[in-house]
Design a binder for this molecule. Structure first.
Ligand code: AMP
Length: 421
């Protein structure tokens, strides 16, 4: 490797991360606007938490036996000797913020949303990154299954606005602390019988947390797991009733769904409802969003006994199949000739911008033909011609680049035209 290419390599973006450049970023911005406006229709408000937190928060919240905590966290010691972690998910941060600021005293339910980067040391591949972005929503203090249905419907509403079609909604209940232990024992027993057929990782999970075997992507493990007992046969009355109520509300909202008794999700904290929306348009990483209920998390953190439910949607995955057409930019390019006209163009741009017109002035002497060439390249919608005569008369030429039509007039008249179109 020569010096030049090694320097380039050193300066490249870190594996599993990527730049979102102009050209692509407009889709991100459109998604962010649509997500915000959708969530606010349902009474959600934004809550922004820090990108890093005390490591313990995720060990406690996300769960010590989850893959995320055992294998995927970006953990480091800061200069003060504290163990910190770049957040691998958002829910524990929201729980911490609610407890820390006593947001629960403002009354329940609390509805929050957030959009931002998450970090997991996962094997990078299509649809899986080390810095990826999620849209996250949380509802705390509402135990009714109707709210689970409402957030699933909200996810559908957003995906619809994003032009995402061909999705399937999977739902399940993973029970609660009353009924899950019996299911875990049944699973442990079933896994012990077929231990030799499981991968090394699942052999370990069979003892520590057998539910996690359902997350394994190894085909042999999936086949074995398919023969395991179903959690649906172990739900207590309360969990059964909750699940039935969820399905009834989904019917009311006309959300088609499939009950998938193996849907346990990768994090330790879920209780009762779990759900995923998957897409046939994606490859192996087909989950667009996932969520469920976490009724014990706040209490387990030493906070008030307040239940929670929510979901996280992967922005990269959704954008890879979204049919989004970002609004077309309408730029006014100012073509000036000479020094005096340059100063006038500077001031004219200030004037037009103050009325919301996007303007471009480039400080490079060009002839009129070169200005038009440049305006074309920049895909400007209009060109304002600022020459010596125009300066004297106070009338400028405004050319519509799509039609070639030109109108002359004082700046106020041209502004009216620009704002109309
Ligand atoms: P989770 O927090 O694991 O339930 O993930 C919620 C959603 O985030 C998934 O359905 C994906 O769309 C997305 N997601 C999770 N991990 C990654 C990753 N490593 N890269 C890209 N998207 C991800």
């Amino acid at each position: 490797m020569n010096e030049d290419s090694s320097a380039k390599k050193e300066l490249a973006a870190v594996k599993g991360t990527k730049d979102i450049l102009p050209g692509e970023v407009e889709k991100w911005q459109s998604l962010e606007v649509l997500a915000r406006t959708t969530f606010e229709l349902y009474g959600f408000r934004e809550l922004r938490a820090p990108v890093f937190e005390a490591t313990e928060l995720f060990e406690k919240g996300t769960g010590a036996t989850s893959d995320v905590v055992t294998k995927e966290m970006y953990t480091f010691t800061d200069k003060g000797g504290r163990s910190l972690t770049l957040r691998p998910e958002y829910t524990p941060s929201v729980v911490r913020a609610i407890i820390e600021h006593r947001l629960d005293l403002e009354g329940s339910p609390m509805r929050y949303y957030y959009m931002g980067p998450m970090f997991r040391y996962d094997k990078p591949q299509k649809g899986r990154y080390r810095q990826f972005h999620q849209v996250d929503i949380e509802v705390f203090g509402e135990k009714d299954a109707a709210v689970d249905a409402e957030i699933i419907e909200m996810a559908h509403a957003l995906l619809g606005k994003l032009g995402v079609a061909g999705t399937e909604t999977l739902v399940n209940s993973v029970g609660c602390r009353a009924c899950r232990p019996a299911y875990s024992s049944a699973l442990r027993e079933a896994a012990a019988k077929r231990k030799s057929e499981l991968c090394a990782d699942c052999q370990r999970k069979a003892e520590t947390n057998p539910l996690r075997i359902f997350d394994c992507k190894v085909e042999a493990c999936r086949e074995v797991a398919a023969s395991f007992p179903s959690i649906q046969d172990f739900l207590c009355q309360e969990c059964q009733d909750h699940f039935r109520a969820l399905l009834a509300c989904l019917d009311v909202l006309k959300i088609p769904f499939r009950v998938d008794p193996r849907l346990v999700r990768g994090l330790d904290y879920y209780t009762k409802t779990t759900f995923e929306i998957v897409s046939s348009g994606l490859g192996a990483q087909n989950a667009l969003l996932g969520g469920g209920r976490y009724d014990d998390m706040m209490k387990d953190f030493g906070g008030p006994d307040i239940c929670g439910t929510g979901f996280a949607m992967g922005i990269e995955r959704v954008l890879s199949i979204a049919e989004l057409v970002p609004p077309q930019k309408k730029t006014l390019y100012l073509a000036y000739l000479g020094d005096e006209a340059k100063k006038a163009a500077l001031e004219l741009a200030r004037f037009f911008r103050s009325y919301g017109v996007e303007c471009l002035v480039e400080y490079k002497d060009r002839g009129m033909k070169a200005h038009f060439g440049r305006a074309n390249k920049l895909q400007a919608a209009w060109v304002l011609i600022v020459g010596e005569n125009e300066l004297k008369s106070g009338h400028f030429g405004l050319k519509d680049m799509a039609t070639g039509r030109q109108v002359d007039g004082p700046r106020e008249e041209l502004l009216a035209l620009l704002r109309e179109s």
